[in-house]
Design a protein around this ligand. Structure first.
Ligand code: MRU
Length: 348
């Protein structure tokens, strides 16, 4: 089998005609690449988590809207701009919570400026999409180096969901410090929450960590208290889909429970987030739109037959908000931010 560490999670193909992603719905059993060029294909890939994780969604959207722009057949700026806005709106509707989606689309839109030929705008959009992708790699590397200062050789690390290579172009956010530590020869023990209901921890985090030869133990979400009680966890590292201006952090459902446990057991709870995940226009975590997904993800998806009575009510939020006062530090590409957050996040 090909080794996952040899590939980027999301990118553009050689002739700039398709978004290329690893289909994450097939992992860990198959490493399958998809080349997507139509807008419905790209929308569906984001919506169904074929590409997922806040930074990777942002890069996919940037490349997606470039591909939309490339196919707009007009030399008239106003017509081009209106059709670009339509394509942007469409991709923005693919998922509601990760702010990187909107951040990347807004950044792409800033490139659409008048008084130059449409062909030049298209070239600028290509450059911007590639810049967003390449910056993601350097930003995640920098998060890894800063986060390394919070890790000691031999530590046990708990992580939730997948905020590694598969959630970004490479490295990832929450796993970047783990990868930086490994490069220095540290021996860490990583505990991966399986992350119900879509199993990003079991399918993706356990997969990419073990592909790198990192000592990895998979646990069900409801075992996190036990491993902390056992004294096996020295730090929790998670990723993030949106940081509100007050330091509340929104991440995969179950993260807030882990933060509450970490406080109880006196374990530091670190959130890794590129500055593109900080949304100072959202004042508090309660203002962040929380995606609710298909009930069948809970009742049917991983079972040979349905495992809940027909007609049962199901609540399936994909994210939750951890109050900033449970977050020991937020690690961005610029460094480690400690509470109180407010001003420090705005000026980061
Ligand atoms: O629903 P997903 O798989 O897109 O959720 C992903 C997460 O919650 C990640 O922890 C978050 O996006 C940070 S990824 C660096």
């Amino acid at each position: 089998m090909k080794n996952i560490t040899d590939f980027e999670t999301v990118g553009l193909n050689a002739d700039n005609s398709a978004l290329v992603i690893i289909d994450q719905t097939k992992l860990p059993n198959e490493i399958e690449f998809l080349s997507l060029s139509s807008q419905p294909e790209i929308w569906t890939a984001i919506n169904t988590l074929q590409v997922r994780g806040a930074p990777a969604i942002g890069v996919a959207a940037a490349i997606g809207v470039y591909l939309a722009a490339k196919s707009i057949d007009t030399a008239d700026y106003n017509t081009f701009r209106a059709r670009f806005a339509e394509a942007k709106r469409y991709l923005a509707s693919s998922r509601p919570t990760a702010v990187n989606l909107f951040w990347a689309l807004d950044r792409m839109e800033k490139t659409v400026t008048p008084n130059r030929p449409v062909s030049e705008i298209k070239q600028a959009l290509l450059n911007e999409a590639l810049a967003i992708k390449n910056e993601d790699i350097s930003v995640c590397k920098a998060i890894g180096e800063h986060g390394l200062n919070l890790i000691n050789d031999g530590d046990g690390i708990l992580t939730h969901c997948n905020a590694g290579q598969l959630a970004a172009v490479s490295y990832g956010t929450a796993l970047a410090p783990v990868y930086a530590a490994r490069e220095r020869g540290y021996k860490l023990k990583v505990f991966a929450d399986e992350t119900r209901p879509l199993l990003q921890g079991a399918r993706l985090t356990a997969f990419e960590l073990s592909a790198r030869g990192i000592d990895t133990t998979l646990i069900c979400d409801n075992m996190a208290s036990q491993v902390m009680k056992n004294g096996w966890i020295q730090a929790v590292f998670t990723g993030c889909d949106r940081v509100a201006a007050n330091g509340d952090v929104c991440n995969k459902i179950g993260t807030s429970g882990v933060a509450i446990l970490a406080k109880h057991y006196g374990v530091p709870f670190y959130v890794c987030a590129p500055t593109s995940t900080i949304d100072i226009s959202t004042a508090v975590g309660g203002d962040i739109p929380i995606e609710e997904r298909d009930p069948r993800e809970v009742t049917d998806m991983w079972y040979e037959k349905r495992m809940a009575p027909e007609g049962i009510n199901v609540y399936n939020p994909a994210f939750d908000v951890t109050p900033g006062d449970l977050v020991t530090a937020i690690i961005t590409e610029h460094g480690i931010i400690k509470p109180p957050y407010g001003e420090k996040l705005i000026n980061n």
